[in-house]
Design a protein. Structure first.
Length: 291
């Protein structure tokens, strides 16, 4: 039986995990709304309060575009850091309230009302100091990959991708340094990576014949991934090169967001003028290196 195009994304291992996770998360949100709505109705007996609660549930939908505008203006890193800080303050405040309710009688009896107030006021700053190292680590983890993002955004093959997808690819990209004389991909071997060139010079050959030289701002390796065929060319380093490598598990799902499936993505970006010897029925992608 022919494979349904709609099920093509499930061939990607990471998507098979992401899809049920998103499904369960959506289900949890719906159950939360139903349970809290039932609680409000039972406790208040008012349909008006239930309606207000339902309207508040969708407040995030109204705020979301504003957060998008804010992230474009101040940067995703700053927005994420601010959101984490707010969540940390809210969580710490709830924890303090819970602990205060349990410990207030004992603290008041031990140090008096004034001492209890001072101890409670100092608890939040102490918690923040204790978590400072972790917060700094989170801040470093949200580093904006500026150079990587600029390189990927400049590739014609990846330019149509949404900004968030490009940013995710930039975070997942692995820097690779290749010395002069080193062979990056070999014709006929399996391919599992897509490469973008940040600097240096490389040579493309097919069946031992020189095809062209490529450099900064070019890319190669998509043919083997999108068409699921062996490498169609050999790429060798002429001058020390700095590359960004994307694994197929990251590259293929990103391309399917353009065309809906890996096969459609491959056909959708075909149309290059450079003709190499490839398996019958395949055409070449427009990026400069067709490996």
């Amino acid at each position: 039986m022919a494979r349904l195009p709609a099920l093509a994304p499930f061939q990607i291992r990471s998507f098979r995990f992401q899809w049920p996770a998103d499904l369960l998360t959506s289900w949890a949100f719906e159950m939360e709304t139903l349970i809290l709505g039932w609680y409000v109705l039972v406790e208040t007996g008012s349909v008006l309060f239930l309606t207000v609660f339902g309207a508040v549930q969708y407040g995030g939908t109204l705020i979301a575009p504003m957060l998008g505008v804010a992230s474009d203006r101040i940067g995703h890193r700053s927005l994420l850091s601010g959101m984490r800080a707010v969540y940390a303050v809210v969580a710490a405040s709830l924890l303090i309230l819970a602990l205060a309710g349990l410990l207030t009688p004992a603290v008041v009896a031990a140090v008096g009302v004034r001492g209890a107030l001072v101890a409670t006021g100092l608890l939040l700053p102490l918690l923040v100091l204790a978590a400072a190292a972790r917060l700094r680590a989170l801040d470093r983890a949200t580093r904006q990959p500026t150079a990587e993002l600029a390189l990927l955004r400049g590739l014609p093959l990846l330019a149509p991708l949404p900004p968030l997808v490009l940013e995710r690819l930039a975070r997942r990209a692995v820097p690779v340094h290749a010395a002069a004389g080193e062979t990056v991909v070999v014709q006929g071997e399996p391919g599992d990576r897509f490469f973008a060139i940040a600097g240096g010079e490389l040579e493309v050959t097919v069946d031992g014949r020189f095809v062209r030289r490529i450099g900064a701002g070019d890319s190669f390796g998509e043919i083997a991934l999108l068409h699921q065929v062996p490498r169609t060319a050999t790429v060798r380093v002429i001058a020390d090169a700095d590359l960004l490598a994307l694994d197929s598990d990251d590259f293929i799902p990103a391309m399917t967001q353009i065309a809906g499936s890996a096969a459609a993505a491959a056909d959708g970006v075909v149309g290059g003028s450079l003709v190499l010897e490839m398996p019958k029925g395949l055409r070449l992608l427009p990026s400069v290196d067709q490996a």
